[in-house]
Design a protein around this ligand. Structure first.
Ligand SMILES: [Zn+2]
Length: 192
């Protein structure tokens, strides 16, 4: 099995007052390293439109302000839409209870609830993980496809380095062509 993600995103302690929470989007993108907090998909592919999620939904905020940076999550449209205002405890300070509810993606405990199979498919490891898995629809195929594209990118980079000392010029040319075409198509996906 493969870990769900390689690192836990960390929010900076940003206290700057903003008029609307969307003013924090660039800071969130930076802190979440361009990944959705919930599914870890990187934000370069057109299948995911990135938004800002309130970890504790706005309707349950009593003392935390809706622009409070510590409650914001950089999230793909799929996770944001799936999570909606689900908040079983209905209390802004209790995130989960009896294996039902959410863990903040910036908490190391979040990734302990999930893992991946060798194709990158997300799997749940715990009962709380299972609850979040279905609420966030982490079974959607886009998550494993995006993970696999990143794996291919890494593999291609390794192959390109290897090819620098490769002496079969004809095959080298064909392989470089293949990589260029692959990047051309994935780039188009990202820009549409
Ligand atoms: Zn997501």
């Amino acid at each position: 099995m493969i870990p769900f993600r390689q690192e836990t995103p960390k929010r900076r302690d940003i206290k700057t007052k903003v008029t609307k929470y969307s003013d924090h989007k660039n800071d969130l993108k930076l802190d979440y390293k361009c990944r959705c907090g919930y599914c870890n998909d990187i934000d370069v592919w057109r299948t995911t439109w990135y938004e800002i999620d309130h970890f504790v939904p706005q309707k349950y905020l009593k003392t935390i302000e809706e622009t409070d940076y510590s409650n914001l999550v950089y999230a793909c449209r799929s996770c944001n839409n799936s999570k909606r205002a689900h908040w079983p405890t209905e209390n802004e300070f209790i995130h989960h209870k009896n294996d039902v509810g959410f863990i903040d993606p910036c908490n190391d405990e979040y990734e302990k609830q999930f893992q991946r199979d060798n194709k990158g498919r997300i799997l749940h490891k715990t009962l709380l993980g299972k609850w979040m898995y279905y609420k966030l629809k982490l079974h959607k195929p886009q998550h494993e496809i995006i993970w696999q594209i990143e794996e291919l990118d890494t593999l291609i980079e390794e192959c390109e380095k290897f090819l620098e000392n490769f002496h079969n010029e004809a095959l080298k040319e064909r392989l470089l062509y293949l990589y260029r075409e692959y990047r051309n198509y994935t780039k188009q996906l990202g820009s549409t």
